[in-house]
Design a protein around this ligand. Structure first.
Ligand code: B12
Length: 157
């Protein structure tokens, strides 16, 4: 089985030894919540990355333009309003159409639906649609996300 680490392994291929890698943080299209994005920006910066924070209610074309302009090491999407699954399915389709099947790691987390912290069906459908990883809304989800950032940072170093 392909692991998340396998999927991001190519990231260190570029000559990035002395520069901080960039990660794009984005809300999903319908979601107006912002503190989740501030939280994620601080967390990602703490792990040693530069962050382009696209803010809430991000249109798909803005996300695609940001990825083209900044060539991020990863895209982190966040949803808390309960529409993360539906928005995420649309957004990942657009990202994959523009940036290929697996080249750009794209993850999503937060409150993806309205049924509570963990929903393995939503999670596996989002992964099948093209997300590199899906994190549920729990302390474990955050710890796993932090672990992924650590792997990405060590690959890029
Ligand atoms: C403040 C707030 C608002 C404010 C937002 C202001 C702003 N500028 O952000 C306002 C009043 C505008 C608002 C509006 C709405 N809200 Co509101 N809101 C909240 C509230 C009280 C706090 C959210 C917050 O800021 N938390 C602080 C941040 C730091 O934490 P967080 O958002 O929970 O994110 C954490 C995790 O989810 C996780 N996480 C998030 N994203 C990601 C991504 C990754 C990769 C990972 C690993 C982790 C992760 O990490 C974060 C830190 O632990 C919550 C209830 C609550 N107590 O949580 C409801 C809540 C999020 N809102 C809710 C709802 C339904 C709405 C509305 C749809 C209400 C309505 N009918 O209009 C609208 C949304 C409209 C829209 N278009 O999106 C629901 C969502 C229900 C669900 N998903 O099941 C909640 C949970 C309230 C509830 N219990 O019903 N809201």
């Amino acid at each position: 089985m392909t692991t998340v680490d396998d999927r991001i392994r190519h990231v260190g291929d570029s000559d990035s030894a002395n520069s901080r890698e960039t990660i794009v943080v984005s809300g999903v299209t319908s979601d107006s919540h912002t503190w989740n994005l501030v939280f994620l920006q601080l967390l990602v910066e703490e792990e040693g990355f530069d962050v382009i924070n696209l803010g809430p209610c991000t249109p798909e074309d803005v996300l695609v333009s940001a990825c083209a302009e900044h060539a991020p090491s990863m895209v982190v999407m966040s949803s808390v309003n309960g529409h993360g699954y539906h928005d995420g399915m649309r957004m990942i389709k657009t990202v994959r159409e523009n940036f290929g099947a697996r080249e750009l790691p794209v993850v999503i987390g937060g409150k993806l639906g309205i049924t509570g912290a963990s929903n393995s069906t939503l999670s596996s459908e989002l992964t099948s649609a093209g997300f590199t990883a899906v994190f549920d809304d729990s302390a474990d989800g955050l710890a796993e996300f932090r672990g992924l950032l650590g792997s990405l940072a060590s690959i890029a170093a």
